[in-house]
Ligand binder design. Sequence first.
Ligand code: NAD
Ligand code: TYD
Length: 334
Amino acid sequence: MKLLVTGGAGFIGANFIHHILRKYPDYRVVNLDALTYAGNLENLKMWENDARYRFVKGDIADPGVIEPLVAACDIVVHFAAESHVDRSILDPGAFIRTNVQGTQVLLEAAKQHNKRFHHVSTDEVFGALGPDDAPFDERTPYDPRSPYSASKAASDHLVRAYFHTYGLPITISNCSNNYGPYHFPEKLIPLAITNLLAGKNVPVYGDGRQVRDWLYVADHCQAIDLIIHQGTIGETYCVGGNSERENIWIVKQLLTLLGKDESAIEYVQDRAGHDRRYAIDFSKIKDELGWQPEVTLEEGLQKTVDWFKENEPWWKNVKSGDYQEYYARQYDKR
Ligand code: NAD
Ligand code: TYD
């Protein structure tokens, strides 16, 4: 099988390419990535001399780049996106361009060549839950509330529109918050770990009692593997980690794992429009495809801390350049 993976130099895409190349010796992967601030070829260095892997630098919104790559693959697995809510609050335009227009350009090429298309999306398209609300599932109405989640919701609708209108063989997955190796340190868990390793504080937004469901990235990759091989065309699958926690619980757990005390917690101004709670009911993928998360949150956080300790040059390099400029803008805002 020949996979065109978009956004493979980012966090989840890179983990997915590792998963595929390790598990399927006869598969080939083309990784199409624009190498934005979040794309990092270091994440895939071990494959650069492997004949089964090829990297192409390019923008998913550029039809001239996309068309021959889509024509040559069996399936498009679409991860490429602007992915960070805080950045979407600062600059929504980039999110519309990549997440909405870029997805439509890819869909058009897939339609032209009638290719299987898997779209990786987020639980944030469903909005925010109250403390006693039932978790999101595949029937939950869309109610996106940040520029990021609005752009992902639009992309999900386009993917479904190409299925209903043109019969394009699609599947969609909506997953909860991933964490693990190669996670860009602007998101809560890798930011907290790398700040603590560098002797800095951890910024906790608002009261820190917002709830997220945490999914270890390897479990997510296995779910996508099952969906692309056995999923029902036209269907959506919700993928969750069975690990709802308040942000402050996560931060305190990381303090313990890294031998730090609570003086490293710095409560800062809340995120604009901050969604209070996300949670996922993953019964459908469990019942239909036999998937469930294998890594507990406690194990996953330990593995993630170990990975960041063992890969200091990776995160020190990532936390320079554009990253510093972004954080300066974030803190100016407060
Ligand atoms: P990421 O930000 O780490 O990586 C995104 C990758 O896409 C980068 O390598 C970047 O260079 C590339 N990219 C961005 N714009 C591009 C463009 N126009 N053309 C080609 N490449 C481009 O993101 P991630 O955390 O790995 O997320 C991957 C996907 O999973 C996204 O679609 C995201 O919405 C979704 N998702 C992520 C999470 C999470 O917790 N990280 C949760 C749910 C869903
Ligand atoms: P994040 O990792 O940005 O993912 P998302 O916004 O997609 O859920 O944030 C996870 C939670 O952690 C969210 O409630 C915001 C909060 N948060 C902090 O409290 N401090 C931080 O420095 C960051 C980046 C996030």
